[in-house]
Design a binder for this molecule. Structure first.
Ligand code: URA
Length: 242
């Protein structure tokens, strides 16, 4: 994002905006090796090399937060050494170095947050904070009443018993069921493995909610920035104090 140089200097704690203007006019500020002496110049704080009296500005990247509706076929990693598509390919205009908050399998679609705020990311992923994730799973065969109770109470997986979950069938047709499941853990391939443990195969999986946020208004493959209120809500859930 392009911002006025004096604003960037002020945000970096170099000086007040007025004093930053004086520094610029005095020829003490350089951008990418070139001395800047006028006030109209705009820079991308995340990318430009800015110096004051020859000293680099302490590099503090602005925090950014996005909610993505991930389609199937995109990896939830920042980079893939085999050149496969990653979720970052869906946010080409974002210049900050963002990462997905947790993972969705390649074949899972739905809500994925991305940010460069490491403290918030770690807090949201920490098991202590028990952040809620809700999925719709299309499964076959349709689970029995007994299987639904098992899923609700916890099933034994190779990495231990799952915590209680909220489970309800939202549709049934031709041997398949659509099941809404809310979990508080974030184990690898957890939902698929939970259904496998009760004898059902997950044919399609979509995350429809994460930490109280939903996909409302965000089409498949699209994304939007979080609002300040949403970020504050996530910080509270994640135990992040600022
Ligand atoms: N559980 C899964 O099995 N896969 C996901 O992508 C997310 C949760």
């Amino acid at each position: 994002m392009q911002e006025r140089l004096q604003k960037v200097l002020a945000q970096a704690g170099v000086a007040s905006r007025r004093h930053a203007e004086e520094l610029i006019l005095a020829g003490r500020v350089s951008v990418d090796g070139t001395c800047v002496r006028e006030l109209g110049v705009k820079v991308d704080a995340a990318r430009a090399r800015i110096t004051v009296d020859g000293k680099p500005l302490a590099h503090r990247e602005r925090h950014v937060y996005f909610l993505l509706n991930k389609p199937k076929g995109y990896l939830s990693t920042a980079k893939d050494e085999r050149g496969r598509r990653t979720v970052l390919d869906l946010l080409p205009e974002v210049k900050e170095r963002i990462y997905p908050v947790g993972r969705l399998d390649n074949h899972t679609e739905g809500l994925l947050l991305l940010t460069n705020d490491g403290a918030l990311m770690n807090g949201l992923l920490h098991p202590r904070h028990q952040v809620e994730k809700t999925y719709i799973a299309r499964v076959t065969p349709s689970p029995s009443a007994q299987a639904l109770i098992q899923l609700t109470e916890g099933v034994l997986l190779e990495d231990g018993k799952t915590a209680p979950a909220l489970v309800r069938v939202v549709g049934r047709e031709a041997g398949e069921a659509r099941v809404e499941i809310t979990i508080h853990e974030g184990r690898n391939r957890q939902v698929r493995r939970m259904f496998a443990a009760v004898g059902s195969d997950v044919r399609a999986l979509k995350r429809i909610a994460f930490a109280g946020l939903t996909l409302a208004g965000v089409k498949r493959g699209a994304h939007r920035p979080l609002t300040a209120a949403e970020v504050a809500h996530l910080e509270e859930l994640a135990g992040v104090r600022r």
